[in-house]
Write a protein that binds this ligand. Structure first.
Ligand SMILES: [Zn+2]
Length: 269
């Protein structure tokens, strides 16, 4: 009996296994399809979530940047050095822009969100990301006249269909009422991806890449501008943008990003 039962049990086990794998694949496919139609899964861990992009666990893993921070670069300080004191980076290598603020540190969960928005058409993430940015940039936004998203070159814009910085800027506009002027700054030549380039290569890659068209200068002249981008690494791109805006006689240029790379070893004064 046992000798006869074992092969059939084994067939049954195989069948059950196959059925389970099939169900697994089906439910995976169904989850993916659902994810496209209704973004109900956490973008970072794929657990169900109530429409906010990330679940409570992943939200808790995001490192929100809070004071004390460098008033110029927005880099968080480990301890409070007192009012007005700048980071060593802000003193040794002052940027063209006046102030930068970021919602979160660029770590694993932040990277997943940025990549989903940028490469996976997850524009549904922009409202939550924009809300966190509006909170981080409250001081800047209170004094701003206009939001300018860092532009893509038209060739890249076509292949990606939309500009992730523009999606974030529009989310901040809805939150704060500060208007977006996306056509006021143009990327006049295509640039190499900044990924993998050194600090100085990044700077020369984007030098002269941005311009305020003469017919748009009236949108910039005398205005207090906030540049909006998804990630700030060395700041070379926003610095090149800020130079172009200042050449067009912007009254001031601040920067607001979703995430910034923070080197904790250098973040002390
Ligand atoms: Zn999650």
């Amino acid at each position: 009996m046992d000798a006869e039962a074992s092969p059939s049990r084994s067939v049954a086990t195989h069948l059950r296994g196959a059925l389970k794998a099939c169900r697994g694949a089906w439910s995976h496919a169904a989850r993916l399809a659902l994810d496209v139609a209704l973004p109900t899964l956490c973008v970072a861990c794929r657990e169900p979530v109530d429409g906010e992009g990330v679940c409570a666990t992943c939200w808790a893993k995001l490192s929100f940047i809070a004071p004390p921070l460098c008033p110029r670069l927005g880099i968080p300080f480990i301890y409070d050095p007192g009012p007005g004191l700048l980071s060593t980076e802000a003193i040794s290598d002052p940027p063209a822009y006046a102030r930068a603020r970021a919602a979160v540190r660029y770590d694993d969960v932040a990277r997943t969100l940025v990549h989903a928005l940028k490469y996976q058409d997850r524009t549904d993430l922009a409202p939550a990301m924009g809300r966190w940015m509006a909170r981080a940039g409250r001081e800047l936004l209170g004094e701003a006249d206009v939001l300018i998203p860092v532009p893509l070159h038209w060739r890249r814009g076509w292949s990606r269909r939309y500009n992730q910085s523009g999606a974030l800027a529009r989310a901040i506009e809805r939150q704060t009422g500060v208007k977006v002027a996306s056509e006021a700054l143009r990327r006049v030549r295509p640039t190499q991806q900044q990924i993998g380039l050194s600090r100085s290569q990044r700077a020369s890659n984007v030098q002269g890449a941005f311009k305020v068209p003469a017919e748009r200068q009236h949108r910039i002249e005398g205005r207090r501008v906030i540049l909006v981008d998804d990630v700030l690494t060395t700041g070379a791109t926003v610095d090149a943008c800020a130079r172009a805006l200042l050449r067009a006689r912007a009254a001031s240029v601040d920067v607001l990003v979703f995430a910034r790379v923070v080197d904790t070893h250098k973040a002390t004064i």
